[in-house]
Design a protein around this ligand. Structure first.
Ligand code: CA
Ligand code: CA
Ligand code: CA
Length: 232
């Protein structure tokens, strides 16, 4: 009967409570469906997070014990090298509305793109005394018409792993250079530090100071590239 928790209720619905037929109608709308889903569906974690939790929620009648299976699934991230695969069954006991599944992310020293994987729910079902019964099977003698139990959207959670293996910080080797007018072409050294992961492009361009373009120097711009592990 307690439907306010779920919908906020409105006056119309509240007034109906008590009338058998109308009550049944309301019952059908609100309590005759139990939904399980991820809440939220998107998670973003650092590669060095270690363990983190995804949350699964149950909505609708909170009295019966229900369970649902979960399983991780590769996206661009791979089980065994980027995260530890896991599968199992979550059980919602009476009055439990939120459950967590803990997943371990594998840290390495390799520069990677940010990668993702999935956690999928399946096979929601009632829990009988001797274990989980098939989906929407009878719960017990006391309830001949158990609420419909189903997965709701999102039944798949996406986990984004942000790589923490740094691609580096870039600077000129010196803050000032003194060169003679007759030097011709002069090359400046650029250093990469605090990480050297991945191939990186660094755009550059000259700007006028007191020296003017076309008079004291020639404007130039371009891009320099650092290969993976290249530091200068
Ligand atoms: Ca990784
Ligand atoms: Ca790392
Ligand atoms: Ca990495």
């Amino acid at each position: 009967m307690a439907t306010k928790k779920l919908t906020g209720g409105n006056a119309l619905v509240k007034r109906r409570v008590g009338k058998t037929d109308e009550k049944k109608e309301e019952h059908k709308d609100k309590e005759d469906i139990i939904k399980v889903y991820f809440n939220p569906a998107h998670y973003t974690v650092m590669e060095n997070v270690g363990q983190f939790a995804v949350t699964i929620s149950r909505e609708g009648d909170v009295r019966p014990t229900v369970c649902v299976d979960f399983k991780t699934e590769d996206g661009t991230a791979n089980a065994g090298s980027d995260y530890e695969p896991i599968e199992g069954t979550i059980i919602f006991r009476p009055n439990e509305m939120h459950k967590q599944v803990f997943i371990t992310v594998i840290d390495d020293d390799v520069f990677e793109e940010d990668e993702h994987f999935y956690v999928r729910l399946s096979n929601p079902r009632y829990l009988s005394h001797d274990g989980c019964t098939p989906m929407n099977g009878a719960i017990s003698q006391s309830n001949k018409n158990p609420p419909l139990l189903q997965l709701a959207t999102p039944a798949i959670a996406t986990v984004m792993i942000l790589d923490d293996d740094h691609s580096g910080v870039y600077s000129f080797a010196e803050t000032q250079y003194e060169i003679s007018e007759s030097v011709g072409e002069y090359r400046l050294k650029v250093n990469r530090f605090s990480g050297a992961r991945g191939r990186v492009s660094v755009p550059y361009h000259t700007c006028e100071g007191t020296a003017k373009d076309g008079v004291e120097f020639q404007m130039t711009d371009g891009v320099i590239f650092f290969d993976n592990n290249q530091t200068s």
